[in-house]
Design a binder for this molecule. Structure first.
Ligand code: BGP
Length: 469
């Protein structure tokens, strides 16, 4: 069967500053929340950065990006998604003027990306709120974050808007429901955080997202601004209508974010939930007006699906899955308990397209696995057939969805080079087509090696998907 990927489809890879740059205090940068999260979301943060935190060095992308971009170009990337570390631009977050050294670093990075024929796709905030904003303001619980974020985003649009067309406002914005510190910079421990504060923080982020969408369009109508959500299709555990409704309610939790971004107002089911939980959000008339600035496209990450049930006896939480949900008895799982469901990606693509009618962009998809570096004909590599299989089976479903009529702009694999994991802060949870010699104990040379999947992805890209067969 011949390829059905459209001409100009944006193939590529995605990373986040805090997971690969390292250089956590260079160029005027101050710590972000990630620099005090040595165990990811598996343990509370530390007061100060500690040497066991792998993110302080990352994979040293800050100093090695030229060579890494060469490898991405060798695979044929048409797009490279990365984030800008807020704490490089506004080190504390609440300054009046940006840090020129930070801006200059991203000038160089963006130019290097474009020089290799790749389109930059920039995440403005990817789980890396400046630490000062978290500790002093309790992150997005405080309304003043809207103003700080607007200033930060405007600075980026003004500086880079001539070279960066695609922007994402918040990585996986719905993750704040489950990981308030990582996602919302909220310093109050999760078990002490009130529903009212959590929803108020969500409201502030949604207003900020809409506001900078407007700013971007005012500055340059050519800019394309998207939201970014975790797509996690939720299936009923049984055909019992009560389970079907439980699944729908869980989908609603995540739909809320896309509904506001695409329709410009809160959906009725969310307002009902607030009423029932006794939460009264502080929404100004100006907020309501601002929310009307809807996004140009919807981007999402997709790793797995889950199930839901109304039966309390069957409410088992899947291992390693940050969004909760009951494991699906019909699916295999990764070593970290993330269930593998290629068809779920076709389901999500159809669902989002039908629901919102906006162009879609898959900005994360991938498999975290333990890899073994071996030598084949004198060359060090990893025989990662499991990763190739994940890639191929998911892309085949993407192709099906495109044939179903879904408008999809592109696909960026998560972590095309091994990076530090967001949820566990390990390096042993590898996603890359490129192996990085660095380990959980901090040892390693940081050398890079092409895995078997490197060639597989290159072939898929260079044939615009025809190599999928
Ligand atoms: C998403 C994040 C990424 C990334 C990915 C894989 O939730 O946006 O930052 O890390 O998941 O997750 P992990 O690194 O926890 O395996």
């Amino acid at each position: 069967m011949s390829t059905t990927f459209p001409e100009g489809f944006l193939w590529g890879g995605a990373v986040a500053a805090n997971q690969l740059e390292g250089a956590y205090l260079e160029g005027g940068k101050l710590p972000s929340i990630q620099d005090v999260m040595p165990r990811g979301i598996a343990a509370p943060p530390t007061e100060e950065p500690t040497p066991d935190n792998l993110k302080l060095v990352g994979i040293d992308f800050y100093h090695r990006y030229e060579a890494d971009l060469d490898l991405f170009a060798e695979m044929g990337f048409k797009v490279f998604r990365f984030s800008i570390a807020w704490s490089r631009i506004f080190p504390r977050g609440d300054e009046e003027t940006p840090n020129e050294e930070g801006l200059a670093f991203y000038d160089r990075l963006i130019d290097a990306v474009r020089a290799r024929g790749m389109e930059p796709l920039v995440t403005i905030s990817h789980y890396e709120t400046p630490l000062h904003l978290a500790k002093t303001y309790d992150g997005w619980v405080d309304r003043r974050l809207i103003g700080f974020y607007e200033r930060y985003a405007r600075t980026l649009f003004e500086r880079f808007g001539d070279r960066v067309r695609y922007w994402l406002t918040f990585n996986e914005i719905n993750a704040v429901l489950h990981a308030p510190l990582m996602s919302g910079g909220i310093w109050t421990p999760k078990d002490q955080l009130s529903k009212a504060d959590l929803y108020q923080a969500i409201h502030h982020e949604l207003v900020a997202s809409a506001s900078v969408t407007r700013i971007a369009h005012e500055l340059n109508p050519e800019l394309k601004v998207g939201c970014m959500i975790i797509a996690i299709p939720t299936y009923p555990l049984s055909p019992d209508p009560a389970d079907v409704w439980a699944a729908r309610q869980s989908e609603h939790e995540n739909y809320t974010f896309g509904d506001v971004h695409c329709r410009g107002a809160y959906p009725g089911y969310f307002l009902r939930k607030l009423r029932e939980e006794g939460v009264e959000l502080h929404i100004t008339a100006e907020d309501t007006e601002t929310l009307r600035n809807t996004v140009d496209f919807v981007s999402f990450s997709y790793y797995m699906s889950v199930c839901a049930t109304a039966d309390p006896a069957k409410q088992i939480k899947g291992q390693g899955n940050i969004m909760g949900g009951v494991p699906n008895p019909t699916l295999p799982a990764s070593e970290w308990g993330w269930q593998i469901d290629p068809l779920g990606l076709r389901i999500v693509l159809n669902d989002y397209w039908e629901r919102w009618g906006k162009p879609l962009f898959i900005v994360e998809n991938g498999l975290g696995a333990r890899d073994e570096l071996v030598e084949v004909d004198g060359v060090k590599t990893v025989i990662d057939d499991y990763r190739i299989d994940y890639l191929r089976t998911h892309l085949i479903q993407v192709r099906e969805a495109i044939a179903d009529g879904v408008q999809l702009w592109g696909y960026t694999w998560w972590g095309p080079i091994d990076v530090v994991s967001a949820s566990t802060a390990q390096l042993s949870k590898r996603y890359g087509f490129i192996y990085v010699d660095r380990h959980d104990d901090g040892s390693g040379t940081l050398e890079r090696y092409r895995k078997k999947s490197f060639d597989a992805y290159r072939e898929i890209i260079t044939t615009n998907g025809a190599a999928l067969g």
